[in-house]
Design a protein around this ligand. Structure first.
Ligand code: GDP
Ligand code: MG
Length: 388
C-alpha cells in the first residue's frame, strides 16, 4: 500500500523561471539533492526533471515537471518548465499557479530576453514574490557577478518587485549537485530566502470546491483520473462534483498528491482525482471540476486587457473589433470574438476595455486572469471585470 500524504506543514507552489540554459533544471535537481540529504525530500536527478517534454508528446502529462520537497517549515510543489513557450502558456494562463518564483539568472550571461519576459509574465499573473538565484557563481568572477546583481535588481524594480529588498543568492546548481559543501550551503541559503521572503498566500479553503483540469489519464482497472491544482475549497473521497464542460455529475473515489493518497485536499494542492463512472473522453483539459451548482458557466464578459508590445513578444500591429484570437482561461483554450466598443482599435502597449463572446461556455468570474494568444504567441493579458 502507498504511504498516505500527511499534512504537517503549509503547502506552497513555487517554480524556477529564467532564460534557457541559465540552469533552472540543474538548480531544481540540486534543491532536491540538498533536501534529500536533510531527509525532507527525494533526490530527483536532472534527467528525470528534463524528460517532461517527452511525456507531453506521449500525452501522459502536460509540459511541466513537478517535484515536491519540504524545508523545515513548509511543503513545496516546485515546477520546472522545459521551454520558453511552456512558460508563456503555463504562466500567463495561471496553470502553473505559482505562489512565488525563483528567478534563475546566470552570473556569466546576465539578463537575457527570456529573463525579462518571465519577470513581465510573473507580474501579469500576480506572482508577487520573486527570489533570485544568481547561478553559475562557481564560474563567474565577483565583479561581473556584482554587475549582474545590480542589473537584475533594476529589472525587478522596473516591474514593481522592489528590487532593493528582493533576496539575491549566489548559487551553483552544478557544484551543489556534485556535493561541494560551499555550494550546497548556498542552496540552503536560497531555500531559507524562499521560506522567509515568500509569504503564505491566502487560501480560500472554505469556498465551494473548484479545480480546473490540467490533464486526464486512465488508470487501468480504476478509471478516469483528472489532475490539476485546486483553486479553492476542499475535496475528499465521496464528495459529489460537477464537471463543467459536459455538465455531468460524479463522485470522487480517490484523491492523491504526488502519488500519495490524501484524506482531504484543499486549495493550493496539486492533486489527481479519480472520478466514478466517467469515460476517458468525457472530460478534458480545460474542463472545470467543482462543487455541484456552485458555478454557472457563461460565454460573455468584459475585461481590462493589456496588449503586449512587439518588444514583449506581442503584436506589432493594432487589433480591432472583430478580432478572433484564442483565450486561455484557467486551463481552457477557447476562441473568442473581441468587441472594442467606441475605441474600435487597440495598439500594442495599450491597456483597453473589451467585450468578449467566447465560442463556448466556461466558468467566469470578476477578477479572473486570462491570456490572449494568436499563432502560438501571447498577445494580451487581461482580467475579467464583469460577466454576462
Ligand atoms: P535550463 O535550460 O535553465 O534548465 O538550464 P540547465 O539546467 O539545463 O543548464 C544549462 C547548462 O548550464 C548545462 O550545461 C548545465 O550543466 C550548466 N549549468 C547549470 N548550472 C550551472 C552552474 O551552477 N555552474 C556551471 N558552471 N554550469 C551550470
Ligand atoms: Mg531546463
Amino acid at each position: 500500500p502507498k504511504t498516505a500524504y500527511v499534512r504537517t506543514k503549509p503547502h506552497l507552489n513555487i517554480g524556477t523561471m529564467g532564460h534557457v540554459d541559465h540552469g533552472k533544471t540543474t538548480l531544481t535537481a540540486a534543491i532536491t539533492k540538498v533536501l534529500s540529504a536533510r531527509g525532507t525530500g527525494t533526490f530527483v536527478p536532472f534527467d528525470r526533471i528534463d524528460r517532461a517534454p517527452e511525456e507531453a508528446q506521449r500525452g501522459i502529462t502536460i509540459n511541466i515537471a513537478h517535484v515536491e520537497y519540504e524545508t523545515d517549515t513548509r511543503h513545496y510543489a516546485h515546477v520546472d518548465m522545459p521551454g520558453h513557450a511552456d512558460y508563456v502558456k503555463n504562466m500567463v494562463t495561471g496553470a502553473a499557479q505559482l505562489d512565488g518564483a525563483i528567478l534563475v539568472v546566470s552570473a556569466l550571461d546576465g539578463i537575457m530576453p527570456q529573463t525579462a519576459e518571465h519577470v513581465l509574465l510573473a507580474r501579469q499573473v500576480g506572482v508577487d514574490h520573486i527570489v533570485v538565484a544568481l547561478n553559475k557563481a562557481d564560474a563567474g568572477d565577483d565583479e561581473l557577478t556584482d554587475l549582474v546583481e545590480l542589473e537584475v535588481r533594476e529589472l525587478l524594480t522596473a516591474h514593481g518587485y522592489g528590487g532593493d529588498t528582493v533576496p539575491v543568492v549566489r548559487v551553483s546548481g552544478l557544484k551543489a549537485l556534485e556535493g561541494d559543501p560551499r555550494w550546497t550551503g548556498a542552496i540552503e541559503a536560497l531555500l531559507d530566502a524562499v521560506d522567509t521572503y515568500v509569504p503564505m498566500p491566502v487560501r480560500y479553503v472554505d469556498a465551494p470546491f473548484l479545480m480546473s483540469v490540467e490533464n486526464v489519464l486512465t488508470i487501468t482497472g480504476r478509471g478516469t483520473v483528472v489532475t490539476g491544482a485546486i483553486e479553492r475549497g476542499a475535496v475528499k473521497i465521496g464528495d459529489r462534483v460537477e464537471i463543467l464542460g459536459p455538465g455531468t455529475e460524479t463522485v470522487v473515489t480517490g484523491v492523491e498528491t504526488f502519488g500519495k493518497p490524501m484524506e482531504s485536499a484543499e486549495a493550493g494542492d496539486n492533486v489527481a482525482l479519480l472520478l466514478r463512472g466517467v469515460a476517458r473522453d468525457a472530460v478534458r483539459r480545460g474542463h472545470v471540476v467543482a462543487a455541484p451548482g456552485s458555478v454557472v458557466p457563461s460565454r460573455r464578459f468584459t475585461a481590462q486587457v493589456y496588449v503586449l508590445s512587439g518588444k514583449e513578444g506581442g503584436r506589432t500591429t493594432p487589433v480591432s473589433t472583430g478580432y478572433r484570437p484564442q483565450f486561455y482561461i484557467r486551463t481552457a483554450d477557447v476562441v473568442g470574438d473581441v468587441d472594442l466598443g467606441e475605441a474600435a482599435v487597440a495598439r500594442p502597449g495599450e491597456t483597453v476595455t473589451m467585450t468578449v463572446e467566447l465560442g463556448r461556455d466556461v466558468p467566469l468570474e470578476a477578477g479572473l486572469g486570462f491570456a490572449i494568444r494568436e499563432g502560438g504567441r501571447t498577445v494580451g493579458a487581461g482580467t475579467v471585470t464583469t460577466v454576462g
